[in-house]
Design a protein around this ligand. Structure first.
Ligand code: ADP
Ligand code: ADP
Length: 220
């Protein structure tokens, strides 16, 4: 499903360039639950952003669902992003001016679903995540754990085949974190969604089937 070949990422600095990632080659099969670990600054978020089509590699090749990502047109890449990928952020990244309901509905508007399809899809997610009573509230009125539930509901609303999660429980208390991780486990095991998470926590990594370790931009 995911294949990186000799991927590197660098930023220009002074006379030269600073590498954040070097010679990354990896494949992830559909249905896997993979954790990316490593010290702060080792390139984890950059790698996740490349996988989630939020950043482009400087060198090497990325194939997602057999598509050569860098060679696709902007339109095709956006479509791949909107239909196949969900992204979950540590700080939730919900839209403050929209209600819970509207935040979850946003990707369905992009996908062009009809009003009635959107309504039933959002209702199903509100119900599944036990947040029906919160649907008309704004993000600032929710606890961190509830905001992350909304973040995940939004990420999976368009029924993507892969979810990328960057420290999804990094800002949460441990009971809320456990609830979120159980949710990822269900999405992976029951719905067959492929999951790639960045985490500092061995406990979170234990939910997955495989760990990729980064150090100073190298896979070790
Ligand atoms: P991690 O997620 O493991 O903490 P990151 O991928 O966030 O690591 O960052 C890896 C390194 O890349 C850090 O040293 C960071 O300062 C650097 N970096 C990230 N983004 C940029 C950028 N836009 N320009 C220059 N350096 C960057
Ligand atoms: P419009 O801008 O046309 O009013 P919205 O984006 O507000 O449309 O809503 C789109 C659909 O979602 C409509 O069918 C609307 O009834 C429904 N909807 C929006 N907010 C809520 C909510 N809080 N609870 C239930 N349904 C909602």
């Amino acid at each position: 499903m995911i294949q990186l070949t000799n991927v590197a990422k660098y930023y220009p600095t002074g006379f030269g360039k600073t590498y954040v990632l070097r010679q990354i080659s990896l494949s992830i099969n559909e249905g896997e639950f993979v954790s990316i670990m490593g010290p702060s600054g080792s390139g984890k978020s950059t790698l996740l952003h490349i996988l989630g089509l939020l950043e482009e590699p400087s060198e090497g090749e990325y194939r997602l669902l057999n598509e050569p990502v860098q060679k696709l047109s902007e339109k095709k890449r956006t479509e791949l992003h909107r239909t196949q990928i969900g992204f979950v952020f540590q700080a939730y990244h919900l839209i403050d001016e929209l209600t819970v309901y509207e935040n979850i509905e946003t990707p369905l508007l992009y996908k062009g679903l009809s009003g009635s399809e959107r309504k039933s899809r959002v209702a199903e997610l509100l119900d599944r995540f036990n947040i029906v009573a919160k649907k008309d509230l704004f993000p600032a009125q929710l606890s961190g754990g509830q905001q992350q539930l909304v973040g995940i509901a939004r990420a999976i609303a368009a029924r993507p085949r892969v979810i990328f999660a960057d420290e999804p429980t990094g800002n949460l208390h441990s009971d809320q974190a456990r609830e979120i991780m159980e949710l990822f486990r269900k999405l992976n095991q029951e719905d067959g969604v492929t999951i790639v998470q960045v985490t500092h926590s061995e406990g979170n990594a234990a939910y997955g089937n495989r760990v990729l370790n980064l150090k100073d931009g190298w896979m070790v």
